[in-house]
Ligand binder design. Structure first.
Ligand SMILES: [Fe+2]
Length: 420
């Protein structure tokens, strides 16, 4: 079996196992505009292989059901069809979950037929893109069901087992690591770590940048530190906030990270909703704070007389660090407490907001055709976060990986690393 073939099976079966404990009803819920139902994720990731691999490259391929071509398209407008509005995804009671599962099996079977022939060049590139696309949806399945369960008055848990106890109970003291800066390069270049040699188009071209000397924190900001910001009236002092952020604080009534709820039973006065149910904040004080917007990250940084790192600073540091951490593969499903000397938590735990807007690198060229829509058309009004989270597959993220989000978004596992 080729590396491509076996990786395809691993990626596809992970989608199945992430959805396994969810009922058909659970898989229909879309609780906020930025999320999608799990059933839709299962179908849309399958649509990708049908549309971009099987239809063009398997000559006698028979689509599972012609209407799915339009129904499970997400945003590839240049494919010519009118795309169903995202807000109606939760109204797809049909096709049933069973039919979506059958759609997945059909496409997997046909992909096996394709793998029996030699698969290289453009076909192989598209399969690798499809697998990386599905890995992005692994993370989304978990972030979206977390929001769906939090929105349900019964507040069900995705995982019955509570968060495993950590061997480390207190985070190392926040220390500043000094970096000289100077002329450096960022952007993807193939290396041995990525066996299939993949990156998204927006990670290229590799290019030179000049950095002034800077300092970066040795770990993420903890829940304890965030609580200090809240206790110091962080949410009621307009001087700490960007104007757009302050508008949202007032409008949405933000007073804490998403998934924090007041609880007089806990000594901190708060409890936190996780994929493993409720935990008193007192249990999580030393873990990395997450589910905060760019605006909140920026406000905390101002309160500490610091700033967020630029994505260039972040990548220049992360490119010298082993790609390991509390990612999806640890199955913790929540940020952990940093431990050890040196720089910690660059990969995993939570995506780290940077102060950099999402734009193309100098000389950036999107992929040709409809796949060029994958990243380039979102280069407006979004900020970059880096490093992956506790729900990002470990072999999906890398030092050059760029995640982009609108600055008010909080439903992903996003947190803070400080810089000065
Ligand atoms: Fe997608």
């Amino acid at each position: 079996m080729s590396t491509l073939d076996s990786k395809y099976r691993v990626v596809r079966s992970l989608t199945r196992s992430l959805a396994e404990s969810l009922s058909a009803e659970d898989q229909m819920i879309q609780s906020c505009p930025e999320a999608s139902p799990v059933k839709w994720h299962q179908a849309h990731t399958t649509w990708f292989f049908e549309t971009f691999v099987l239809r063009p490259f398997l000559p006698d391929y028979r689509p599972f059901r012609e209407e799915f071509h339009r129904l499970f398209n997400s945003y590839y407008i240049s494919r010519g069809e009118e795309i169903p509005d995202k807000k109606f995804r939760a109204s797809f009671s049909r096709p049933s979950l069973d039919e979506v599962v059958a759609f997945r099996a059909h496409v997997d079977q046909e992909m096996e037929r394709l793998f029996a022939h030699s698969v290289d060049g453009e076909i192989s590139r598209r399969i690798i893109l499809g697998m990386n696309h599905e890995q992005q949806h692994h993370e989304l399945i978990l972030t979206d069901i977390k929001h769906a369960f939090f929105s349900n008055p019964l507040r069900p848990s995705y995982c019955v087992a509570a968060l495993p106890k950590e061997s480390t109970h207190s985070a190392p003291k926040l220390r500043w690591l000094h970096f000289e800066g100077g002329l450096t390069e960022i952007g993807y270049s193939p290396h041995a770590e990525d066996r299939l040699g993949f990156c998204f188009d927006h990670e290229t071209p590799r290019h030179r940048v000049y950095l002034e000397p800077f300092q970066m924190a040795n770990r993420n900001v903890t829940c304890r530190e965030y609580l200090e910001f809240m206790s110091d009236d962080g949410y009621t002092r307009p001087g700490l906030w960007l104007s757009d952020g302050w508008e949202i604080v007032k409008l949405a009534g933000w007073e804490a990270p998403l998934y924090w709820e007041r609880d007089s039973a806990d000594e901190t006065g708060w409890r936190v909703f996780t994929l493993r149910g409720w935990h008193g904040l007192s249990e999580l004080l030393d873990t990395a704070v997450c589910h905060i917007s760019f605006f909140e990250a920026d406000a905390l940084a101002r309160w500490r007389s610091c700033r967020l790192p630029t994505e260039t600073e972040w990548e220049s540091v992360a490119s010298g660090v082993r790609r390991e951490g509390n990612l999806l593969d640890t199955a913790r499903l929540h940020p952990a407490t940093a431990s050890g000397p040196g720089i910690q938590q660059l990969f995993g735990d939570c995506w780290e907001w940077t102060g950099s807007p999402y734009t193309g690198y100098p000389g950036y060229k999107p992929l040709p055709g409809a796949l060029g829509e994958y990243n380039s058309k979102f280069m407006s009004g979004q900020m970059i976060s880096r490093g992956g989270s506790c729900v990002t597959p470990a072999d999906h993220v890398r030092a050059t990986y760029r995640n982009c989000l609108q600055p008010a978004m909080r439903w992903q596992f996003t947190g803070i690393r400080l810089a000065v």
